[in-house]
Design a protein around this ligand. Structure first.
Ligand SMILES: [Zn+2]
Length: 425
């Protein structure tokens, strides 16, 4: 029913953020509510990833049942296949994949660059959950080159040549139609020199301006669609002055019509041990009234640290990716259901879990499904791991609201760091 939207103008007030309870002691952590045209997200929130408009092995209805408040898809993958124009014709990402709730898309920059020039960064980021098979082998041809205007890369599917610029990424993300989009930024690696980090930050700043301008133009043109929010991405690697400068500069950017960024993504090269420090620097500088997304984390200890220091949402492929390799999260740690000690274990994965898998299936059955290479193994384990991660963040949110965050963190991480060690792990 296109006519229903006839004549309307996409309205930025369709997107908003309200801060709820703050952590004490001058810390940036808080609860809140992000309102989007497709519904609300209570924060902090974990956003599961459906890279190609599908959370692998699990129905969108199941994702809703297990408590996912929003899903994140990837612009690079959907641009290559099926094409962002097809998703647009379908009525946008949510309609295309039968997900009625809020959606996010990333800019495609990470995939474009990690396939080529950014590969060293992926190595450096392994600690925060990036998959090592995205790393290209030494001596292999680089698949991407960056210049001041954009990135030229080859498709991982068929080797065909493509070019992303800030304008192209905005065009793709407007066609995909997610509620929250990210500006196109340049990735750096921890191995890059300080000089290169400075140069890259300048480039990311220029690209952010171009993203805002194009976003403003597309928002005015595509009046048949609800408002899409745009988040800037903060780079600056491990340098405090660069991170702070990036935040201040991105905050000051405006389109010619006055459009500003609706929120911020904290991205780029960082190591696990300085995750909290870096999030803290950024949240010192960023406006309190806007939401902050942390890209690519889902390990419990990382989520506690990121939330405490001010991150509101995060996404990660890990809970579902590791589930397909038989790795299971419980409060005591991560273990592998493949190991033989579970052959005759007729208890659920986790007695205290409220997911569909734990309500209906045993460890012995899941062990059997993996051994027999049954597809249901991926489905059942993904349901559990996604529920575990979503629920852990729900528990953290409740602990902030209830004023017992520090106690909960201590208790949970004490248990978690005990880590179940399966034989052979
Ligand atoms: Zn479960």
């Amino acid at each position: 029913m296109r006519g229903w939207h006839h004549g309307r103008v996409a309205d930025p007030s369709e997107f908003s953020f309200a801060v709820g309870t703050r952590l004490d002691g001058g810390r940036h952590g808080r609860t809140g509510v992000i309102s989007t045209p497709h519904g609300e997200i209570a924060t902090p929130a974990f956003i599961p990833v459906g890279t190609k408009a599908s959370v692998k092995a699990v129905l969108p209805e199941t994702m809703k049942e297990l408590g996912a408040q929003a899903l994140l898809a990837n612009a690079y993958h959907l641009y290559l296949q099926p094409g962002s124009d097809i998703v647009d014709e379908a009525g946008g990402l949510g309609k295309f994949m039968n997900w009625a709730g809020p959606t996010f898309t990333d800019s495609g920059g990470f995939q474009v660059m990690s396939l080529g020039v950014g590969f060293k960064k992926v190595l450096a980021m392994e600690a925060v959950g990036v998959r090592s098979d995205q790393v290209i082998a030494p001596g292999k041809e680089r698949l991407a080159t960056v210049d001041d205007d954009g990135v030229t890369f080859r498709s991982h599917l068929d080797g065909s040549k493509h070019r992303f610029t800030p304008e192209v990424s905005m065009g793709i993300q407007h066609q995909l139609g997610a509620d929250i989009m990210f500006a196109f930024d340049e990735l750096t690696t921890l191995m890059n020199t300080r000089g290169y980090q400075e140069k890259s930050l300048q480039r990311t700043h220029e690209w952010a301006q171009r993203c805002i301008d194009e976003h403003e133009r597309l928002t005015a043109t595509r009046t048949h669609r609800p408002y899409q929010a745009l988040f800037a991405v903060i780079q600056g690697a491990q340098y405090e002055d660069l991170r702070r400068k990036a935040c201040r500069e991105l905050e000051s950017i405006r389109g010619s019509g006055g459009t500003e960024f609706d929120g911020y993504g904290i991205g780029g090269a960082l190591e696990k041990h300085n995750l909290g420090t870096i999030v803290g620097w950024c949240c010192d500088e960023l406006p309190e009234a806007k939401p902050r997304h942390m890209l690519g984390i889902s390990e419990p200890e990382d989520m506690f640290v990121a939330i405490e220091n001010g991150a509101d949402t995060f996404d990660c492929v890990n809970p579902s990716r590791v589930a397909r390799n038989a790795a299971i999260y419980v409060d005591e740690g991560r273990f592998n259901i493949n190991t033989s000690r579970f052959r005759r274990d007729f208890t659920p994965i986790d007695e205290n879990c409220d997911c569909y898998t734990c309500a209906n299936y045993t460890r012995a059955y899941l062990h059997h499904l993996f051994k027999a290479k049954e597809m249901l193994s991926a489905t059942l384990c993904t349901i559990h791991n996604e529920r575990f991660t979503v629920r852990l963040v729900d528990r953290i949110r409740a602990s902030i609201e209830g004023g017992y965050f520090d106690e909960f963190k201590k208790e949970f991480l004490g248990q978690w760091q005990g880590r179940i060690k399966a034989p052979g792990e």
